[in-house]
Ligand binder design. Structure first.
Ligand code: URA
Length: 221
């Protein structure tokens, strides 16, 4: 058995002989891919009936930093990928400018994986039905730092009813990690005063938390 980087589990290896050397080829299907395939046919809540496709998540499956949004919008439902619309473009820009990272360096997911009709907030029972998928993503990616985007994601993960304006501005120890709430990029796109500056500050906070966690080499919190 070999250790598969993608799944962080032992996985079967196939060994083949060439002329002089023995080459080990690892056939690894990561846990995340298996879970995404399972999720792609999910019917755990009524949102399944209105989706074009499940929007599971995207990014580096070994990322130290994970972003959690609310749920797919029309663009994401069509593309099957999270944060591809205007909010996503702004998120990419802020990640690049404040953290020096690209989308490929992080993992991005949502609280619900299917588009709520008319972009309404997901209902508590929909979030509860979808939660096992998010928990599995967090477990497998195993990020040191989780950034929640907006009220829905922050309340869902922190389990607190306060609004994002009250909850943001600090890091929370959370399940051996650091959770850093910030505004949803759509709030910055609406031009709410101070939101963009606050988001920039929160992303710098996340960057520092990631650096601190990396320097001690074990999950923070
Ligand atoms: N808003 C979200 O919360 N998630 C997306 O994937 C896109 C927009």
């Amino acid at each position: 058995m070999r250790w598969c980087a993608a799944s962080r589990r032992a996985c079967p290896a196939a060994t083949s002989r060439t002329n002089a050397a023995t080459v080990t080829i690892v056939f690894a299907v990561s846990d995340l891919e298996v879970i995404a395939a399972d999720a792609s046919t999910c019917t755990r809540c009524p949102l399944a009936g209105g989706r074009t496709q499940v929007v599971f998540g995207r990014g580096d499956p070994g990322a130290g930093l994970m972003f959690v949004g609310e749920g797919p919008g029309a663009d994401e439902d069509a593309a099957g990928l999270p944060f591809v619309g205007r909010s996503g473009k702004l998120l990419d820009r802020l990640i690049a400018e404040e953290m020096g990272l690209s989308r490929a360096d992080v993992y991005v997911a949502n609280v619900v994986k299917c588009r709520p009709p008319g972009n309404r907030d997901p209902r508590p029972e929909e979030m509860a039905a979808c939660r096992p998928w998010l928990d599995a993503q967090i477990d497998r990616v195993d990020p040191r730092v989780v950034v929640t985007l907006g009220n829905v994601a922050t309340r869902a993960l922190l389990g607190r009813g306060d609004g994002i304006t009250k909850l943001r501005g600090r890091a929370y120890p959370w399940n051996r990690r650091q959770l850093i709430p910030t505004y949803h990029p759509s709030a910055a796109l609406r031009g709410s005063p101070g939101v963009m500056a606050a988001m920039r500050g929160d992303l710098v906070r996340a960057k520092l938390a990631l650096a601190a966690a990396s320097s001690v080499g074990s999950p923070a919190g």
